[in-house]
Design a protein around this ligand. Structure first.
Ligand SMILES: NC(=O)c1ccc[n+]([C@@H]2O[C@H](COP(=O)([O-])OP(=O)(O)OC[C@H]3O[C@@H](n4cnc5c(N)ncnc54)[C@H](OP(=O)(O)O)[C@@H]3O)[C@@H](O)[C@H]2O)c1
Length: 289
């Protein structure tokens, strides 16, 4: 069990991943730079961005402005939906590196598996893209490689074609979508699961069960939700652009949710996920998701 913000999980290749990440979606321009700087000052060491968030320049600036060494930060970006395929994926990663102002990423994730443009050739498309990831990894531009929004069957497509497979899988995970099956699959395969939208994009604050339980533990609903993911053995990726909340969301190691309450929180699964299952093809126009 991890006990502090800088404690790490080990990826299958030995690379260490700080156990709580900081999300940067919907942070335009300087907002991202200031928030990333504040997060690093608070003690977060794992920063999550994506080409689709259109803020990589500012995320990179925030890291530099924090004064913390680049090699102390676990920096993740994601391949946009338009750039699947070998040549495009290599070029897209290089463009992300340039915008972030860094020579390497600590992890690079395929943002979404099934797209309108690859729905009839999913396996071929994911294999071409994964081949690019292997090249970037072998060239030292990636310290690890992974996926986002992949269901088990999508990971299996890569597994049956390559000797490598995703080391991280970032999926929507919170009390309304607790992803027990994915967590068990990740554990069996040595994959680190990450939880995007751990605060249910604000919906958590409206759930009576969570409000009452947070009161019982003397914490905020946000802390309860982040802690829920930590106790599941996954990496939460909470986002906030507000300094006080950035600090609050990281302060989750001073209490423990009982097994019974973990179960109670997961009864919210009846509400389900926000948005589509990843098997539903995305159009390439979707920006920032
Ligand atoms: N891989 C993917 O496809 C994918 C998809 C979605 C998200 N993500 C990643 O996951 C990260 C988190 O997900 P998310 O941004 O969708 O949602 P989230 O973290 O579940 O919720 C963020 C919202 O909660 C508010 N908030 C944060 N802390 C709070 C607190 N302590 N008290 C009250 N309100 C609080 C934020 O407001 P303020 O910012 O105004 O404080 C913001 O409106 C993203 O930023 C991104 O890095 C990945």
């Amino acid at each position: 069990m991890v006990n502090k913000l800088t404690d790490c999980y080990k990826l299958i290749n030995g690379v260490r991943v700080p156990c709580v990440a900081f999300g940067t979606w919907k942070m335009p321009g300087r907002v991202a730079a200031d928030a990333v700087k504040c997060a690093l000052e608070t003690g977060y060491r794992h920063i999550d961005t994506a080409a689709a968030y259109q803020n990589e320049e500012y995320v990179g600036a925030g890291i530099r402005e924090s004064g913390i060494d680049r090699n102390e930060v676990f920096l993740v970006s994601k391949l946009p939906n338009d750039d699947h395929g070998y040549e495009k994926a290599v070029a897209s990663c290089e463009a992300s590196l340039k915008r972030l102002g860094t020579d390497y990423l600590d992890s690079y994730l395929i943002h979404w598996p099934v797209l309108v443009q690859n729905v009839d050739r999913l396996e071929e498309d994911l294999c071409e893209t994964w081949r690019a990831f292997e090249r970037l990894y072998n060239d030292g531009k990636l310290r690890s490689m992974g996926t986002s929004n992949f269901n088990i069957e999508h990971i299996e497509l890569i597994k049956r074609n390559f000797s490598t497979y995703p080391m991280i899988n970032q999926v929507q995970m919170h009390p309304q979508n607790p992803e027990e099956e994915m967590i068990a699959y990740c554990k069996e395969n040595g994959i680190i699961p990450e939880a995007w939208s751990p605060l249910i994009q604000g919906q958590a604050f409206k759930r009576e069960l969570l409000v009452e339980m947070a009161e019982k533990y003397g914490v905020s609903v946000a802390q309860l939700c982040v802690r829920f993911i930590v106790q599941k053995g996954a990496v939460p990726v909470p986002k906030s652009a507000t300094p006080e909340r950035i600090r609050n969301n990281a302060d989750v190691f001073g209490f423990e949710i009982s097994a019974e309450d973990m179960e109670k929180m997961a009864t919210l699964r009846t509400y389900g996920r926000i948005g589509d299952d990843p098997s539903v093809p995305r159009t390439h126009q979707v920006v920032g998701f």
